[in-house]
Ligand binder design. Structure first.
Ligand code: NDP
Length: 263
């Protein structure tokens, strides 16, 4: 099947990725993905969140690097810029974020193996589709792309989103004390930063970042990771917002779930 890059393997995987995204969008509204606050009381093999996150995100780094360096133009300027963006992103998400997670006492096994397995399909396709596009199929990545308004705006949007995501992750992490012995409630109300306006600014930051990435790569591979992230994170933000309201009677009433002043 050839409909985008004219490479039958790439185009078939891309089509499958969009079909999977549609299925994930429907599935995520029906079933809350079983990890974290929604991971307990559900059947299945459970992992610790640190190991679960690390395993789930690993293909995004490994598969990307394999297809990046076996592609046609890995050492040209534009691909190298995207390589930098990718490596910093997944150094955080795949390694630092899991390492820094503060696990609540008594809640050590909250990451369902089914999440890792389904995550692998997504992270592996994400790594392949983007790496192959960046170094082989992206015909518009000559050096002139670095001064294209889509590239410049996309990079600015990407880093704005990443900043919001990292800052919000940090606020959540600091709600639990560091160190092996932890006491106190598992969950508290987060305050400050993006939490002034929404319950899930970490998800909003993630979605802004992937919007910027889709724009600066001007690719359907970028659109894929944006859409599948939205398919996961929009329903989860709505569920999390409702959960906060039920759990904390003093939860700030003016906060929205994901988009400030909208929902
Ligand atoms: P959370 O941001 O809800 O949880 C992150 C960590 O903070 C967990 O350790 C969690 O503990 C803890 N935590 C959350 N809320 C509180 C609270 N109120 N009080 C104390 N501790 C809290 O969610 P995710 O795990 O879903 O997301 C983590 C990151 O991964 C985010 O930056 C998100 O954007 C990104 N992500 C990206 C996806 C994508 O498709 N691109 C998909 C999913 C996540 P516990 O585990 O005990 O709940």
């Amino acid at each position: 099947m050839k409909w985008y890059t004219q490479d039958p393997v790439y185009d078939s995987i891309l089509l499958f990725a969009f079909i999977l995204t549609a299925a994930a969008a429907v599935g995520a509204f029906v079933l809350k993905t079983p990890y974290g606050r929604f991971g307990e009381g559900r059947l299945g093999i459970k992992l610790g969140p640190r190991f679960g996150w690390f395993l789930m995100e690993l293909p995004a780094s490994v598969v990307f690097l394999v297809f990046y360096f076996t592609g046609e133009r890995p050492f040209e300027p534009v691909p190298l810029v995207f390589l930098f963006i990718w490596c910093v992103h997944y150094l955080n998400r795949g390694f630092l974020f899991p390492y820094l997670i503060r696990v609540a006492p008594g809640h050590r096994q909250t990451f369902n193996l089914s999440v890792v397995a389904s995550g692998w399909i997504v992270t592996a396709m994400h790594g392949y589709l983007n790496a192959a596009f960046i170094t082989t199929f992206g015909g518009h990545f000559s050096s002139g792309w670095l001064s294209d308004p889509r590239f410049i705006a996309g990079v600015v949007i990407y880093y704005s989103g990443l900043f919001l995501n990292l800052h919000s992750d940090r606020i959540l992490r600091n709600l639990r004390p560091a160190g092996p012995v932890q006491e106190g409630p598992r969950y508290k109300i987060p305050y400050g930063g993006g939490f002034r306006l929404v319950s899930c600014p970490q998800y909003l930051g993630e979605l802004i970042a992937w919007s910027g990435f889709a724009l600066c790569t001007w690719s359907l591979a970028g659109v894929f990771i944006l859409l599948i992230s939205a398919a996961n994170l929009v329903p989860r933000a709505i569920s999390t917002h409702a959960w906060y309201g039920e759990k904390f009677p003093d939860y700030p009433a003016e906060r929205k779930a994901l988009i400030p002043f909208v929902f």
